[in-house]
Design a protein. Structure first.
Lengths: 687, 138
């Protein structure tokens, strides 16, 4: 299977080209009188190959939009791409057929020019061969068009159908130019008529020329024989006068006579001049005579004369130059011309008649389809008359069947529209079956709608009552939400105040903590001082103790001294009292210092407690601040949420109100629906 | 040294020691000096309160060492409490009844203060004897 349209078309046309080319080459060479010239045949084969290459390139260019479309994926097949592809497919048959036919003309015109370039010595061409080649090229043009155009239409038909299907599926048009099947039939018919006709005319013309040439040669030989007899019959006494008389008589028959008497030519001036001016002729004649030939002829189709000689006796040879150019007979030319004109006129008339026989019923069917599509008027259309029993007739008959079916369906649809669901559609096939299925479904649906409408009305009533209650509840809820929102705002403000107060407490607690630390430090210093005082007091007490001891010893010494030591005893006694007082005072001070130390310790402990309390207070204040902030944030969020809920509830109130209204409307619609459904009659197949 | 026994009251000086659980005195004439406990070397001392039956009292910084010289010998007494040099007369020194002399060999007299018997006056000689006995036992 060929993958692309281009390849398929190329191979199809190439096969046809190769099929026709040998016959055309043979005919062309024979036409030019060069049937055995292999050089010319090879040249024509080469030209044919070039011709094929030319139309292959053109074909690829012409079909390139389609190939782009064919290569594109389904997703990328845009309407523009499809339209371009379709345009190329629509124009391809005519354009390519014209180009293809022109390649035939061009190929053989070039071939003819090459033949002419060979010169008459290699391939002598008949007079008016140009005309014959022109007619032959015209024949090839029409012939090429006759099979190139319908073949192009056939090749592109499937692809064009694909474009059409895509456009219909995509919902866009293809912008196809209007075309006429009648015109196409006419063009093909004219081509079919004129192609072979012109081909035969050109061949006939050449054959006429060739026949004329042969006839001329025969006449020349006959004239030379007659001339030889006439000269031989002339009395020797007449001399040159007798020869002149004979030659004059032949000159009136377009024959220039010449006598070779011992190789010496004597004759008319024209003949003498011909041989004198053409060494080729003189050489041919001398050679033939010297070889002892009794007669001979020499002629070329492109020469305007033919030469023949006839031996009179061993020394004399009569030569006749017949001055008659080759030509087709006028009757052939006239009859060909008339017949060509007749075909040229008859072919369009015949094509018109044939095209009309095809297009008229199609046009009628098209008009009916148009009326159905545009007006939908089935009653006025009636039945289409069937004139023949061919494809068109069968098509028309089937269209009548379709019209009958559509009328039945239309009547049933009318009945359904009026509420009669008992309508019956006869016939078989997808459309009537689908219609009956639709009708059955419709009956079921109407029945169901009846039941549903009753339930719907009941439900709508319930919804109405419920929505009324819900509306009242939602309104109450909305008021409560507004109140809660206010409370939350107040709570938020209180939290803000608490937060500020706690911030103050936190500051005081932190200051207290700082002061407590300072106090603990100072009490520590005080305790140190007290300890130092204790040490000093111990020294003082020791000194007092020593003094007391000293005074005691002094008193003892004084008592030992008797009356003389009395004064000293008094001093020692006083000193002891002083020492005792000092000791007592030291003891008091030590007690005080001890009390101070105890107080300091108690104060330190109390301060530590205070510090712990202050730290606890700080932590508590921080936690309270944090909690208060969270509470405030939470309260604000709750307030926002409450406001949102209030809005939602407000909307709910509105929605419920709408629901109530809708339910009321729904009830009305349900009642109306119930009334509407009651119009349908379910006599045929009600469930 | 015997106390005066004449009817004529004579002045005499006593070194009184009043401790928490005891009060005693010794004639100051036998006392050569008083030292603090810390000032005294390891010389042996008589713990008088213990001899008087007050075993509860323990030495402290307030304790004193009373140095006696008796019959040319030095005797150290450990005293706890307040030491006072008291002037009194012989009439305020009551001899110990004979019934009690056997029970309290160290006490020579009972000193009367403010009309009431308040102090045991110890005999330096007896203390010296006790010291000798203790040294022998030690």
């Amino acid at each position: 299977m060929l993958k692309t349209l281009t390849l398929k078309s190329t191979l199809t046309y190439a096969v046809l080209d190769l099929l026709f080319a040998p016959f055309v080459i043979l005919a062309f060479t024979l036409l030019l009188g060069a049937g055995g010239n292999t050089d010319l045949q090879l040249i024509l084969v080469g030209i044919t190959a070039a011709k094929i290459a030319a139309w292959v390139i053109y074909l690829h260019i012409e079909l390139s939009p389609w190939e782009r479309f064919a290569r594109a994926s389904a997703k990328s097949r845009t309407p523009e791409l499809v339209q371009r592809a379709d345009r190329c497919l629509q124009s391809f048959p005519l354009r390519f057929a014209i180009f293809y036919s022109l390649t035939w003309i061009a190929a053989y015109a070039v071939g003819f020019l090459i033949v002419k370039g060979f010169g008459p010595e290699r391939i002598p061409l008949a007079p008016q061969a140009d005309n014959a080649i022109g007619i032959l090229c015209s024949a090839m043009f029409f012939g090429g068009f006759a099979f190139g155009y319908p073949l192009g239409s056939t090749l592109t038909a499937d692809a064009a159908s694909e474009c059409s299907a895509l456009a219909r599926a995509g919902g866009y048009s293809l912008d196809r130019a209007p075309s006429s099947i009648q015109l196409r039939i006419a063009a093909v018919a004219i081509s079919l008529g004129l192609g072979p006709m012109l081909w035969m005319v050109s061949l006939g013309y050449i054959k006429q020329v060739e026949s004329s040439h042969g006839e001329r040669v025969t006449h020349a030989a006959l004239a030379s024989a007659e001339l030889a007899l006439a000269i031989g019959a002339t009395a020797p006494s007449e001399g040159d006068a007798g020869l002149a008389r004979v030659l004059d008589g032949f000159a009136q028959r377009n024959v220039d006579g010449l006598l070779l008497d011992g190789g010496k030519p004597r004759g008319t001036e024209a003949a003498t001049h011909l041989f004198a001016s053409s060494p080729e002729l003189s050489q041919w004649l001398s050679g033939a005579v010297s070889h002892g030939s009794s007669q001979g002829t020499l002629a070329r189709i492109d020469w305007p004369y033919a030469i023949a000689f006839h031996r009179i006796d061993p020394s004399r040879v009569a030569v006749a130059v017949l001055r008659v150019p080759v030509s087709a007979s006028s009757s052939f030319v006239w009859s060909s011309l008339v017949f060509t004109i007749l075909v040229g006129v008859w072919a369009p008339v015949s094509a018109y008649a044939l095209g009309r026989a095809v297009s008229r019923p199609i046009a009628k069917l098209t008009a009916i389809a148009k009326r159905i599509v545009e007006q939908g008027d089935l009653k006025e259309i009636g039945t289409v008359a069937v004139a023949t029993n061919d494809e068109i007739g069968i098509l028309t008959d089937k269209v009548n069947d379709v019209l009958d079916l559509m009328r039945d369906v239309s009547l049933a649809a009318h009945a359904i529209a009026k509420g009669d669901l008992g309508a019956i559609v006869d016939g078989t096939g997808e459309l009537p079956d689908s219609f009956r299925g639709m009708l059955e479904s419709l009956r079921g649906m109407v029945h169901q709608i009846r039941e549903t409408s009753v339930e719907l009305a009941s439900a709508a009533t319930e919804i109405f009552a419920a929505s009324q209650e819900q509306e009242a509840a939602a309104a109450s809820q909305s008021s409560a939400m507004v109140e809660i929102s206010r409370t939350m705002d107040s709570l938020s403000e209180s939290a803000a105040h608490v937060s500020e107060a706690v911030q103050g407490v936190l500051g005081n607690a932190e200051r207290t903590l700082h002061n407590t630390d300072d106090m603990v430090r100072r009490i520590g210093e005080l305790t140190g001082h007290a300890n130092r005082i204790g040490e000093i007091l111990e020294v003082i007490r020791d000194i007092a103790d020593r003094s007391d001891l000293l005074a005691l010893n002094g008193s003892l010494e004084a008592s030992h001294a008797g009356e003389g030591g009395r004064g000293f005893a008094l001093v020692a006694s006083e000193m002891r009292r002083l020492a005792e007082r000092v000791t007592a005072s030291v003891s008091d001070v030590k007690k005080l210092v001890s009390d101070i130390r105890d107080s300091g310790s108690s104060t330190v402990m109390a301060t530590e407690e205070s510090k712990k309390l202050a730290e606890g207070t700080t932590d508590a204040a921080r936690q309270i601040t944090f909690v208060t902030q969270q509470q405030r944030s939470g309260t604000e969020q709750v307030s926002q949420s409450i406001k949102g809920i209030a809005d939602v509830v407000s909307q709910a109130v509105s929605a419920t109100s709408q629901t109530r209204t809708s339910a009321q409307g729904l009830k009305t619609q349900a009642d109306r629906l119930s009334a509407l459904v009651k119009r349908f009659e379910l006599t045929a197949g009600a469930p | 040294m015997p106390l005066p026994t004449k009817q004529q009251p004579a002045a005499t000086a006593l070194l009184t020691i009043r401790g928490p659980g005891h009060a005693w005195a010794i004639p100051s004439v036998a006392v050569t000096g008083v030292e603090a406990v810390g000032d005294t070397s390891d010389a042996s001392m008589l713990d008088v309160p213990a001899l008087l039956g007050d075993a509860e009292t323990v030495p402290s910084d307030a304790s004193r060492v009373v140095i006696l010289r008796i019959q040319g010998q030095e005797l150290r007494l450990l005293a706890h409490g307040a030491l006072t040099l008291m002037e009194t007369t012989s009439s305020n020194l009551l001899p110990l009844p004979p019934l009690m002399q056997g029970a309290a060999p160290l006490v020579s007299h009972i000193a009367v203060v403010d009309g009431r018997p308040a102090l045991f006056v110890l005999s330096p000689e007896r203390l010296l004897e006790v010291a000798h006995v203790e040294n022998v036992n030690a």
